[in-house]
Design a protein around this ligand. Structure first.
Ligand code: P6P
Length: 340
């Protein structure tokens, strides 16, 4: 694609805004702000091996996980950029116990809040495997002109205005979904812009890859074990045998699932009765994206997007990806209602 045909993410979001005469452009501006944060984080990720930013920060986060220095840098970058923009009233982050309300005049009158996992898959940082930033954007429910409240951050995924991720992989991409669909933008380093590379992304209804940490299978229930046996049987008739791929970075496993089809599973198990992944800044944004692309995302018998959150760092089981593969695993898994 020649340079003259490149459409930058900024141009694209402005074009999308023009489709709604009443739109203020605030959501587009917020997406561009998040894209800027992604570019700044990307710069550090790309040189992580060369500067003293690898390794552990010596602290632990609210999840009790050791914080890597890049985690801290990514978190602070997002907090500061969203504080200084004019569309965000506050944020909630995997790295912070509570939400942060921005108190300046612009922010208290802003209509959106953002939740994020600033650097998902950070255990992969030191081994140069793909990692990513996941974000979710809601219209606030609290009163404009006042500080945002916890209720702004405990909305169900079906109330999302937009959600997406930045993946720091063989290339750096920003993928986001709105009600208009899912689009992917690849960072063009020579101009420092995300450029439209994957318009109107769709998740194939079927796939040949199942993605799960099979090392946990000793803790799975019979339904889950039955599904793993089904995946490992060889059966050409229904598109099997499947391949197993698991990177240990949700953004990377989900990016592959979105593009190639397949299913990503992090189920409840004996040591994690509610699963491991967090609803508000991992499962809901990914569910919003995959459903906007024609896929499916459930926690068991309930759609992820319909779960009513009860706490900020709540964990849920997740089965997400190609619609027909999610329906198939549900034939095996009788997930009890583990969430509200
Ligand atoms: P496990 C990374 O820590 C993460 O939150 C997701 O990105 C990833 O899918 C999952 O946890 C990996 O968890 O238990 O398989 O190492």
């Amino acid at each position: 694609m020649s340079q003259s045909k490149l459409i930058t993410m900024d141009e694209f979001t402005i074009q999308e805004t023009r489709k709604f005469p009443q739109a203020t452009g605030d959501l587009s501006a917020l997406l561009r702000d998040i894209g800027l944060a992604g570019k700044i984080i990307n710069k550090q990720v790309r040189k992580a091996g060369l500067v003293d930013i690898l390794g552990k920060h010596g602290a632990t986060n609210v999840q009790g996980e050791e914080q890597m220095k890049l985690d801290i840098f990514a978190n602070e970058t997002l907090i500061n950029i969203l504080k200084n923009c004019t569309e965000c009233a506050g944020i909630a982050s995997e790295e912070n116990d509570n939400h942060i309300s921005y108190e300046d005049t612009f922010s208290v009158n802003s209509k959106y809040v953002v939740l994020f996992d600033p650097l998902d898959g950070s255990s992969n940082i030191d081994v140069n495997a793909p990692i990513g930033t996941i974000f979710a954007i809601y219209r606030r429910v609290s009163e404009l002109g006042k500080s945002c409240t916890e209720a702004d951050f405990l909305q169900p995924g079906n109330r999302l205005m937009a959600a997406g991720y930045v993946i720091y992989g063989s290339s750096t991409m920003m993928v986001y979904a709105t009600k208009l669909g899912v689009n992917g933008f690849t960072l063009e380093p020579s101009i420092g812009e995300f450029c439209l590379s994957h318009p109107n992304m769709k998740c194939p209804e079927n796939g040949k890859i199942y993605s799960i940490n099979q090392g946990n299978s000793v803790k799975y229930d019979d339904g889950m074990l039955g599904y793993l046996s089904y995946c490992m049987e060889s059966n050409k008739e229904d598109g099997r045998p499947y391949s197993q791929r698991y990177i240990g970075s949700m953004v990377a496993d989900m990016h592959r699932t979105l593009i190639k089809g397949g299913i990503f599973i992090y189920p409840a198990d004996k040591s994690s009765p509610k699963g491991k992944l967090r609803l508000q800044y991992e499962c809901n944004p990914m569910a919003f994206i995959i459903e906007a692309a024609g896929g499916k995302a459930v926690c068991g018998t309930k759609n992820i997007l319909d779960i009513m959150p009860t706490e900020l760092h709540q964990r849920v089981p997740i089965f997400i990806g190609s619609k027909n593969m999610v329906n198939k695993v549900m034939e095996f898994v009788k997930e009890k209602e583990t969430v509200g």
